[in-house]
Design a protein around this ligand. Structure first.
Ligand code: SF4
Length: 386
């Protein structure tokens, strides 16, 4: 089953740690939905016949909550017609990322009326001094109020994003923050270690010596506390950074991790058709010129195909499989890839198994043990084929 990702490249301001593609000039937001529909029409044959049933729609960014909910509804129903899916089907997942600051009276209801049935809210912290340092627009109180408004509007599937592993965060603060989030009882929690992206303000501060990250032991303890406490509270830790109450795993993100085709619409969006990856240009002006006017004949110049070698595809498959806590199925690896690659992988696997970086369940599945998930990047790199 396939999914559609839509990148909404607008933000009111840039967060300290972020280097996603977005613009703070909001003057074109009102005509962006039309351009997306135009792109979707030009890519109506994207999905392979074997995998063309669209079951998830995801509005990410950027800040999708800067869009008018009427435009969100118009976009979703147009996509439903183009790709022949039924938004109101009981198992259809339609997620929108939101900034708490945008959840003004009536907004949550309008979003629900547009068909959104899952909301992913970037809370990031429940401490105002941290939110200020991150240059987030909202306060902690605003985030809690936004959560309540979403609930009152009938959104029964809410995901909260949090960040740990940054200098100002103390361990007692982190413990208290997790308790407050558990009290809210969101269906899903994503928690990311603060990363220093080269293109972000934090990256510049780091290069100038104005920011020093906490030591790895502190971040490790924060991650371990999170993992254990959320498990006690009934959350299933199903991917390195993701936790869900039973039956509330993100279906959309799970399809990335399962290697299922997805179509990405909007500037800087990525797509995967089961064989190749495609990348849309990171240029909103060109995108709007192309899709905002006359009906385009194709996506030439807007959409670039990334050719992946068999080895790249293999390494990518290993990476996404081992990010999931139930790991990778060795038989599936064998059936998907050339035997010479599988043999080279087997040699690496034997070494990493001996070192305890991965464990086997004796039934053909391999996975990273929970206490080593924090250092999974290094373990996965050791398994890559050169
Ligand atoms: S974190 Fe979200 S709101 Fe902040 S700059 Fe990045 S995309 Fe925009």
């Amino acid at each position: 089953m396939a999914g559609i990702y839509i990148h909404i490249p607008y933000c009111k301001s840039y967060c300290t740690y972020c280097d996603f593609y977005s613009q703070t000039n909001l003057s074109s937001v009102g005509r962006f939905a039309g351009a997306l529909i135009s792109e979707a029409k030009s890519r109506r044959d994207f999905f392979p016949d074997s995998d063309k049933v669209v079951r998830t729609l995801y509005l990410g960014g950027g800040t999708p909550s800067l869009m008018n909910p009427d435009d969100v509804g118009r976009l979703a129903s147009a996509l439903g017609q183009i790709f022949e899916f039924d938004l109101s089907a009981p198992d259809f997942e339609f997620t929108a990322e939101v900034n708490p600051d945008d959840i003004l009276p009536g907004y949550a209801e309008s979003l629900a009326a547009a068909g959104v049935n899952r909301v992913s809210m970037g809370v990031q912290s429940l401490y105002d001094e941290h939110l200020k340092w991150m240059n987030r627009r909202h306060t902690a109180v605003r985030a809690i109020d936004a959560y309540k408004s979403l609930r009152e509007a009938g959104i029964g599937n809410i995901s909260i994003d949090l960040i740990f592993g940054f200098r100002a965060l103390t361990e007692p603060q982190w413990i208290e923050e997790i308790e407050r989030i558990i009290e809210l009882r969101p269906e899903h929690i994503s928690a990311y270690q603060m990363s220093i992206e080269p293109g972000s303000k934090l990256g510049k501060d780091y290069r100038r010596g104005e920011y020093t990250p906490p030591d790895d032991d502190t971040s490790y303890r924060e991650y371990e506390y999170l993992r254990k406490r959320l498990a006690e509270a009934g959350y299933d830790h199903y991917e390195i950074s993701n936790f869900a109450l039973p039956d509330f795993r993100s279906q959309h993100n799970s399809s990335y991790w399962e290697g299922v085709p997805y179509l990405g619409l909007g500037p800087a969006a990525h797509s995967y058709d089961g064989e190749s990856r495609y990348e849309n240009i990171e240029n909103l002006g060109r995108y709007l010129n192309y899709f905002g006017g006359e009906k385009p004949a194709d996506t030439g110049g807007i959409n670039r195909r990334e050719s992946l070698s068999e080895r790249d595809r293999f390494n990518e498959f290993i990476m996404i499989s081992l990010r999931k806590t139930d790991g990778a199925d060795f038989e599936r690896i064998t059936s998907l890839f050339d035997q010479s690659l599988v043999e080279r992988f087997r040699e690496n696997l034997i070494t990493v198994l001996k070192e305890g970086g991965v464990v086997s369940d004796g039934k053909g599945r391999i996975k990273i043990p929970p206490e080593k998930l924090f250092v999974s990047d290094g373990i996965i790199r050791d398994l890559f084929i050169d």
